[in-house]
Design a protein around this ligand. Structure first.
Ligand SMILES: Cc1cc2nc3c(=O)[nH]c(=O)nc-3n(C[C@H](O)[C@H](O)[C@H](O)COP(=O)(O)OP(=O)(O)OC[C@H]3O[C@@H](n4cnc5c(N)ncnc54)[C@H](O)[C@@H]3O)c2cc1C
Length: 665
């Protein structure tokens, strides 16, 4: 990597030049950087902050990695795993096949780096069944699997000597040439402490290839279990013209607010008590019992929630596990009460106190075999999974002494930027990897996100190394006018914002986040989405006419525009999908609350009304892209099936030797 200066409108701005820039330092970005470094590519990492993001900070009771199960006696295969990923709906079969085929390679790569996935005496790795999985393809290194992935990959990147531009937030992806032959030319980034080293903290990076590992849009929702350090940068890629798919599809589930943590697995299987209070903490009430017919059905749904963490519209009928999420949502979002989960006492039910005899057989056996058939939820949690308890202690919360405030939180976006089988976007040489890439559909097996992030990084690195060896010309010179234009535009914007009427960027963001939690949570309705889209347009107009009082607020202010653009795309995608399905799909119900919840005169839930089976449009994908005139173009694309491959050795070997595997089909 070279460092020089570039003079724009009479001021000098730092200019870094590298062949491949990897943006972000989560598990996906770091893995791409490691593979690029090993393949001999001149690569640098540009990141907001080492140690920020989801991978480095989030987890659950047993954070899962999904991969082929080599110890499956019935014989697992890449095709079988691809079929499972494809069955999630709105998934392209060729992407599913790549994720399945390379899942073991990337899993073993992590093992070789030292991520402690447990293996037995004879070397086989242990596996378990996760959500939407029939073959026990889940593995885990514990509650902090992704944290360990982040640490090992970070250390490996350092060993390889890959330079890191730390403390730089990418605000623009610069492209050269006309939209039809658009390709990446570099990045404009902004320092978290503007004004220290350059005007407004701006820097430029020229790069022929950009791997975008900036993660999901964590700051889009108020009720969110993304770590606060993950805000996301989808807007920069969308503004550069990269197409997006499946932005309507996210995962939501029950999580604690402070600290932000998924309450899946043992956190539910310990069978804690749920209660709500008014804003001031008074009027405590165990609301779950309102609509369950017996304590047995309530405990069964709670226990099942451990395995079935994400909200799923198919799990409402028959008092199934997603009734819990829907009731929590109703109590908090619709009724405006605070909801808590409490490990100090057992759930109670009118007329029947909790007793071990009320436990469903499955829960009883599980607790017994785990040595956790104890009297209180906290004892059961410690019996099953002591680290899950210690984790909260580390964050200053003693579950034995205090309840946890919870919400149905946004946890993951299944959609994202469109990528092909090499994870290349619709913009040449721009490769979104990890959560920034929308390779998943409506349902995904638990752990598939971490696997897709690793596989995508490998594929992007392979294609970049191939293009370089095939003599890909540098875009440095023909991209320079676009780079100057982008830097000039950002300087003008900063100057304007510092002179305009100041707003507090945090207050503005919170308004958008609350709107998203209200409108695009687990309940969605066309008319409300349309109103939110109009509010989003107003907010963007106001943003463009307002500013900040001080230079240090500029990065947050500029991030708000990125988030508002992302919100606009999410609303557009969801509006289209809601008009094409009936009742709901995956993680959201489509309709009004009255379609799914019957209440009595006191506002208590009398019954839950599961959506009638209707069209879920699982064989099509909504793709969106920003047009030159600022409109969003949408198209409905049929899913591509899982390809049938001819893997005759001599044929594949020849294609591989000649580099034809990299050519478009
Ligand atoms: C609570 C929780 C539990 C989860 N459990 C599981 C699980 O069990 N299994 C599973 O498969 N998935 C799980 N997921 C999802 C999975 O962890 C994430 O999808 C994955 O870690 C994302 O990795 P990433 O590398 O794409 O992004 P991240 O790890 O979020 O990294 C993004 C990086 O980009 C940087 N960045 C962002 N914007 C910019 C910018 N503009 N300029 C420079 N840098 C930028 C950030 O600082 C960060 O370094 C879970 C998610 C959460 C929140």
């Amino acid at each position: 990597m070279e460092r020089k200066q570039i003079a724009v409108s009479g001021v000098d701005i730092p200019l870094y030049s590298v062949r491949a820039a990897v943006v972000g330092s989560g598990a996906a970005a770091l893995n791409a950087a490691v593979h690029l470094g090993r393949l001999g590519v001149d690569v640098a990492i540009v990141t907001e902050r080492m140690g920020a993001g989801v991978s480095a900070n989030a987890g659950s009771d047993k954070q899962t990695y999904y991969r082929l199960n080599p110890a499956d006696d019935a014989g697992d295969s890449a095709r079988a795993m691809a079929a499972r990923l494809f069955a999630g709906g709105c998934v392209h079969g060729d992407l599913a096949l790549v994720e399945a085929s390379l899942s073991l390679l990337e899993f073993h790569h992590l093992v070789s780096l030292g991520v402690p996935f447990p293996f037995g005496r004879h070397g086989s790795f242990a596996s378990y069944r996760t959500d939407h999985d029939e073959r026990a393809r889940g593995s885990s290194a514990g509650p902090g699997t992704s944290i360990m992935m982040y640490e090992k990959l970070r250390d490996e990147a350092a060993l390889l000597g890959i330079p890191v531009l730390d403390g730089l937030t990418v605000v623009d992806i610069v492209t050269s040439a006309a939209p039809s032959s658009r390709r990446v030319a570099g990045l404009v980034a902004m320092s978290a402490a503007p004004g220290r080293d350059a005007p407004y903290g701006l820097s430029a990076v020229t790069a022929d290839f950009v791997v975008l590992g900036t993660g999901g849009p964590g700051a889009l929702y108020a009720d969110s279990v993304y770590p606060a350090s993950q805000t996301g940068s989808l807007g920069a890629a969308l503004a550069a013209g990269a197409a997006a798919r499946n932005l309507s599809e996210s995962q939501f589930g029950i999580a604690s607010k402070r600290p932000r943590w998924n309450l899946s697995g043992s956190y539910q299987q310990a069978l804690p008590r749920y209660f709500s209070t008014d804003e001031g903490g008074a009027g405590e009430r165990e609301f779950l019992s309102d609509c369950f017919p017996s304590i047995g059905t309530l405990l069964a749904a709670q226990f099942q929630k451990g395995y079935e963490w994400p909200f799923d519209v198919r799990k409402i009928a028959g008092y199934a596990s997603s009734c819990i999420d829907l009731l929590v949502y109703h109590e908090s979002v619709v009724r405006g009460r605070r909801v808590f989960i409490d490990y100090r006492a057992n759930p109670s039910f009118p007329g029947t106190a909790y007793h071990a005899g009320a436990l469903p057989a499955e829960a009883r056996e599980y607790l017994e075999r785990s040595g956790a058939l104890k009297t209180t939820p906290i004892e059961r949690l410690i019996g099953m999974n002591r680290p899950a308890c210690e984790l909260f202690l580390k964050h200053g919360v003693d579950l034995a002494r205090e309840p946890l405030e919870i919400a149905v939180c946004h946890q993951h976006v299944n959609g994202g930027l469109c990528g092909d089988i090499w994870w290349e976007s619709s913009v040449r040489n721009l490769f979104p990897v990890g959560e920034a890439n929308g390779s998943h559909g409506v349902y995904r097996p638990g752990g598939a996100a971490l696997n897709a992030g690793q596989v995508g990084g490998l594929r992007a690195a392979q294609m970049i190394a191939h293009r370089l060896s095939a003599g890909e010309p540098s875009s440095r010179d023909d991209g320079m006018p676009a780079m100057r234009g982008a830097l000039d535009a950002r300087m003008c914007e900063c100057r304007r914002a510092l002179a305009a009427e100041a707003v507090d960027p945090r207050t503005e963001r919170l308004k958008m986040q609350r709107r998203m939690s209200r409108v695009l949570g687990i309940l969605r309705e066309r008319a409300t989405i349309e109103r939110a889209a109009a509010e989003n347009a107003d907010d963007l107009r106001r943003h463009n006419g307002s500013g900040v009082a001080r230079g240090p607020d500029l990065p947050e202010f500029i991030k708000n525009a990125d988030l508002l653009l992302a919100e606009r795309f999410f609303l557009e995608a969801s509006g289209i999908v809601v008009s094409r399905i009936e009742g709901g799909r995956g993680s959201y119900l489509a309709g009004t609350i009255g379609d799914f919840i019957e209440i009595d005169e006191e506002g208590r839930v009398r019954a839950l009304l599961p959506p009638a089976a209707g069209s879920m449009a699982l064989d099509e994908i909504v793709e969106l892209a920003l047009e030159a005139d600022g409109r969003i173009a949408s198209r409905i694309v049929p899913v591509r099936p899982v390809p049938r491959e001819d893997l005759w050795f001599e044929k594949v070997w020849k294609e591989y030797r000649e580099g034809n595997v990299y050519s478009p089909e």
